[in-house]
Design a protein around this ligand. Structure first.
Ligand SMILES: Cc1cc2nc3c(=O)[nH]c(=O)nc-3n(C[C@H](O)[C@H](O)[C@H](O)COP(=O)(O)O)c2cc1C
Ligand SMILES: CC(C)CC(=O)C(=O)O
Length: 371
């Protein structure tokens, strides 16, 4: 029988690296969806910098290392991972594949990679959890309706999610000029199903001459550190903050009893002209001093990028767009393949820099001119 998904599920033979998925994905998406998935905020300087900054860093190889019994295993919050790579939360995956997040979790399970599920997933968080055979973390956008937010946390706990990742870098949406120009809007059939039934915010009734943001209803309900303390009291799950770019925010997270920090600029989708995440990592790692897991996302495209992030103080990294492009191109097998590519690249990079395990990775791997 003809399988309508068979075309989607074939991995093109020419794909040798994550970036190769991009052009195939683009062919399979409308201009609008491409603008949403691939785009960033404003002039997309940060979007581009996230990748460019990794490319600027140089590694130093080591000769004749003994790599017997090497591996890439690690433990985070008592959970075991085969590799220091997780899937970042990405909303609305049904935009690129009919099974959306269900295909992704299948791939994450096959590749034994942790997955962070977005509040704004297009599949119910419980349905994703039922398919999972890998650690799942739930990404939380604190909603204006706090009672609904509490229920979301309770639903995630009940469904077996093993950590709560609170996104702290988007109290207001970034300026998505590329999306605006393309006229992106969610098509029928794709929605934030986890938010069904929530009371919605009263629409802004700004008149010409009024302040577009300040004094309006949106900021009055935007989350602050107070909500973090509230969430801390609400759940026993490990609590991570995602979107830290300033060392003072890392200090505050430590003081608030947060369990993990994700250095992220939201893949360049919130405030444009921020530095690349890899450029601020070292400064934040100096504040954290290894007291809690420090993760990073933004621009990770190669195993050497994973290695560089770990060398500068990350415990693990997350990838966003690359797996969405693989999902669009070849469904669950594509995502699994992309994860295998990244892991293989990491292992090669570790071997060539003389690292038997993740514990061997340190700042000495990086070549710095003049040192
Ligand atoms: C299409 C898209 C949707 C995203 N949705 C979310 C989301 O729902 N919640 C969130 O915290 N981050 C979201 N992000 C940000 C990612 O979690 C991550 O920070 C970013 O994609 C990492 O950069 P990379 O795409 O260069 O790997 C989204 C990113 C993209 C590209
Ligand atoms: C629905 C959006 C708020 C999801 C998101 O974080 C993004 O598109 O970057």
């Amino acid at each position: 029988m003809h399988d309508p998904l068979s075309k989607l599920q074939q991995i093109p033979a020419s794909i040798a690296a994550l970036a190769d998925y991009e052009s195939f994905a683009r062919e399979r998406m409308s201009e609008q969806v491409w603008a949403y998935m691939a785009g960033g905020a404003a002039d997309e300087l940060t979007l581009r910098d996230n990748c460019a900054a990794f490319q600027r860093l140089r590694l130093r190889s080591r000769a004749l290392p003994d790599l017997t019994d090497g591996h890439t295993r690690l433990e985070l919050f008592g959970q075991r991972f085969e590799q220091p790579i997780l899937l970042a939360p990405v909303a609305y995956q049904k935009l690129v594949h009919p099974d959306g997040e269900l295909a992704t979790v299948l791939a994450a399970s096959a590749a034994r990679v942790g997955m962070v599920v977005s509040t704004q997933a297009s599949v119910a968080l419980e349905d994703i959890a039922r398919q999972a055979q890998t650690p799942l973390w739930f990404q939380l956008y604190v909603q204006p309706d706090r009672a609904f937010t509490r229920e979301l946390v309770q639903r995630a706990e009940a469904a077996g999610y093993q950590a709560l990742v609170v996104t702290v870098d988007a109290p207001v949406s970034g300026l998505r000029n590329r999306e605006q120009r393309a006229g992106f809007a969610l098509p029928e059939g794709v929605e934030a199903v986890n938010l069904r039934g929530m009371r919605s915010l009263p629409p802004t009734t700004a008149r010409i001459g009024d302040s577009p943001l300040f004094g309006g209803p949106l900021l009055a309900v935007a989350p602050t550190w107070r909500e973090l303390a509230w969430l801390r009291s609400l759940t026993c799950l490990p609590l991570l903050v995602k979107g830290v770019m300033h060392p003072e925010d890392a200090r505050r997270a430590l003081a608030e009893g947060i369990d993990g920090i994700i250095v992220s600029n939201h893949g360049g989708r919130t405030l444009d002209t921020q530095p690349a995440t890899i450029e601020v990592l070292e400064e934040i790692a100096r504040v954290v001093e290894g007291r809690l897991p420090l993760l990073l996302d933004g621009g990770v495209r190669r195993g050497t990028d994973v290695l560089k992030a770990l060398a500068l103080g990350a415990s693990a990294v997350l990838v966003g767009r690359p797996y969405v492009f693989a999902l669009a191109t070849a469904g669950a097998p594509g995502v699994c393949h992309a994860l295998q590519l990244l892991r293989a690249e990491l292992e090669v990079a570790m071997a060539l820099t003389g690292c038997r395990t993740l514990a061997d990775i340190g700042p000495d791997l990086l070549w710095r001119p003049g040192r």
